[in-house]
Design a protein around this ligand. Structure first.
Ligand code: 9WN
Length: 429
């Protein structure tokens, strides 16, 4: 399995970064690179740092780390929507490289810390020194310009920013975005040429994705007026949990690079408190995204609701509640489990075992949960989850996602974060 993972990552290495998949995603993606760095730390730490440096070289002046950095060497049409659609050059403070204008969950500070801890050296301390101010600027972007709700959490302005693109969590806010599937006739989708259309978001989803980007692009990707006019404004439990974890990681990095850890710890505590205050529902006993346009929590119970477990300072009451939710038939976590957790509540009528983030199991959300279980001292559950992840990849290969019941591999067959997180899970038994 280790060999398969290394070969997958080597095959996806592209001069200064790793592509998530040669076919489906041939550019550089933000949170993929963080997960990839975690795995590379076990085999090629120099590449792990290169991966992160390349991504942060495309950071915008306002601190945002774009969710896609386009490879200028690829032909037009190698991904949709490509650089010509995003037109990042319209924005003030965009880098020279063509990028998207969106973000993804800020898992990079935690990844940088794990890479250093796994392979500490003079070079890793230098790398942390170089990344630290950039990671701090990334946090400032989220807690400053993206605090559109004014409650101390960051807002996402597109489902792609959550990383869980077509999660049922986004159905209600997406339904309010005016769009017509027919507009997709003017474009050529790249994903459905490489993956089964029945496993991917629909054309209507895509029409809405495109409409939301167009609205943001019209504002030249400036965040100032979003609160008044943008069609999609949501506080996501995963993005905000990652934001809090990043402050904890930055406190540790600060101590290594000679900066002040205290302010990071204070900010971490404030983020956790805001998350509990704004996104936790004591009635359902889980976390939900908050739709800022309606002021309501989104009722769908998806794997997003479990993600705050990655916060080491999550209060005991919420830890208990999230564990109860994870161990319920909705997600099936246990010390002896056949399959990792699905991306959506198995008992929900809109659970779709084959379609992308609407049911299939993914390695990254399970890996995050595994880390959370260890942080909250549940070695029994962490071991059960670890075994189920190993079994999944042993049988299905390094696929992008998996059928939550049969474990059959779906999407890209050689997917980088599945390979890299497998290396991490293998190493830390
Ligand atoms: C849009 C690269 C990315 C992941 C996301 C995943 C998928 C893109 C797409 O692929 O999103 O960003 O084209 O579907 O949903 O989490 O980062 O692997």
């Amino acid at each position: 399995m280790r060999r398969l993972a290394i070969d997958t990552l080597d095959a996806n290495w592209e001069h200064d970064h790793t592509v998530p998949s040669r076919t489906l995603y041939p550019h550089q993606w933000s949170w993929d690179s963080a997960f990839i760095a975690v795995g590379l730390a076990h085999i090629r730490p120099d590449r792990a740092w290169r991966e992160l440096h390349t991504l942060f070289a495309a950071q915008w002046a306002d601190g945002r780390v774009p969710h896609i950095v386009f490879n200028p060497g690829l032909r037009v049409g190698s991904y949709f929507p490509g650089p010509e659609f995003w037109d990042s050059a319209v924005a003030d403070g965009a880098p020279a490289a063509a990028t998207s204008g969106l973000i993804q969950p800020p898992v990079h500070a935690a990844a940088a810390w794990l890479v250093h801890r796994r392979a500490p050296s003079e070079a890793s301390v230098q790398a942390l020194r170089r990344l630290y101010p950039r990671l701090v600027a990334q946090q400032r972007y989220f807690t400053g310009r993206r605090d559109l709700g004014g409650g101390g959490l960051a807002c996402i302005v597109h489902p792609w920013e959550s990383g869980l693109d077509n999660s049922p969590a986004w159905d209600t806010p997406m339904a309010a975005v005016p769009a017509d599937a027919a507009v997709m006739r003017a474009y050529r989708r790249h994903d459905t040429a490489h993956a089964d259309a029945a496993h991917r978001p629909t054309d209507l989803d895509y029409a809405r994705y495109i409409a939301i980007v167009a609205s943001y692009r019209e504002q030249r990707y400036a965040d100032g007026r979003l609160a008044r006019r943008h069609p999609f404004l949501v506080e996501c439990p995963l993005v905000n949990a990652a934001l809090g974890v990043a402050e904890h990681a930055l406190a540790r990095i600060a101590a290594v690079v000679g900066a002040e850890p205290g302010p990071h710890r204070d900010r971490a505590a404030r983020i956790t408190a805001a998350l509990v205050d704004r996104l936790y529902d004591p009635v359902t006993g889980t976390f939900h995204p908050l739709d800022l346009r309606t002021g309501r929590l989104i009722p769908a119970r998806t794997v997003l609701g479990l993600m705050p477990l990655i916060l080491p300072d999550l209060p005991a009451r919420q830890v208990r509640a999230v564990l109860a939710e994870a161990c319920s038939p909705r997600f099936g976590l246990s010390a002896r489990m056949d399959r990792p957790l699905p991306s959506h509540d198995r008992t929900a009528p809109d659970f779709e075992p084959l379609r992308y983030w609407r049911g299939p199991s993914w390695m990254n959300t399970n890996w995050l949960l595994w880390r959370g279980l260890r942080a909250h001292h549940r070695p029994d559950l962490a071991a059960g989850l670890r075994e189920s992840m190993l079994e999944l990849v042993a049988r299905g290969g390094c696929h992008e996602y998996f059928h939550p019941d049969t474990g059959a591999g779906l999407g890209s067959p050689a997917f980088s974060w599945t390979a890299s997180l497998l290396l991490d899970v293998l190493a830390e038994g």
